[in-house]
Design a protein around this ligand. Structure first.
Ligand code: C5P
Length: 226
């Protein structure tokens, strides 16, 4: 362990993992705000990598090229009163990032070991005082196995598709609900069955099913645990 690793081990972490549409993004942001802690949206890192892959026309099965690209990404997050902006090569790509097509490419390249390895250090750098709320798929299992609290948030695929549909509609993206449902199931399967860092609850995670819960109810539950 390096000196930096030892120092960062003193910084508390809450890891929130789960499939897309489970509400973990909203829960993590709200929790970070409530605690006044930093926030890591690790999905955004995979999405930024996906955008770079699309921009540079790198084939999604070329592991060496994907790994090299992920290692030299020029990405930045800027926080302002309007929220967090994601920049790729200095360009604000926040809106494009959330699109469904980018999510699908992100999930494909996330199965590549070289990509995951290139993103480990970037994710751990978010661990700074007073604390970190980390949102993703492998926060509690791989990136922060020593997290102080691990939550695994799930919900039925039907309700996740409906939530995602509403979210995309609000952003002006019109997607067919049954197509979204099929894509969500395919993405779940890909994320759960990959050989490296698959989507699964850590052994010491608290599992919360948000199918019949509002985000307020989930937030209250988690704050009570803290
Ligand atoms: O959470 P979000 O939908 O933004 O993530 C996009 C994709 O990035 C996921 O489907 C998943 O394949 C990948 N991802 C991952 N590990 C993380 C976060 C996201 O593999 N920690």
């Amino acid at each position: 362990m390096s000196h930096a690793d030892i120092a960062s081990a003193d910084v508390p972490v809450i890891a929130i993992d789960g499939p897309g549409g489970s509400g973990k993004g909203t829960l993590s942001t709200r929790l970070a705000e409530h605690l006044g802690w930093h926030f890591l949206d690790s999905g955004a890192l995979y999405r930024l990598t996906a955008l770079a892959v699309m921009k540079n026309s790198v084939p999604v099965d070329d592991e060496a090229a994907l790994g090299a690209l992920a290692a030299r990404l020029d990405i930045r997050f800027e926080t302002s009163r309007d929220g967090v902006k994601a920049l790729l090569d200095g360009e604000d790509v926040s809106d494009r990032l959330r699109g469904e097509a980018v999510g699908v490419v992100a999930s494909k390249i996330a199965a590549t070991p070289a990509v995951r390895a290139a993103l480990v250090k970037r994710q751990r750098q978010f661990r700074r005082l007073p604390g970190l709320v980390a949102d993703g798929r492998d926060m509690g299992t791989v990136i922060f196995p020593d997290a102080d609290l691990k939550i695994f948030l799930t919900a039925s695929a039907e309700i996740r598709a409906q939530r995602r549909h509403k979210q995309l509609k609000e952003k002006g993206e019109s997607v067919n609900l049954s197509r979204l449902f099929r894509e969500i199931k395919a993405r779940d399967l890909r994320d759960q069955s990959r050989s490296i860092a698959p989507l699964k609850a850590a052994e010491d995670a608290v599992i919360i099913d948000s199918t019949d819960l509002s985000i307020e109810q989930v937030l209250t539950k988690v704050i009570d645990m803290i």
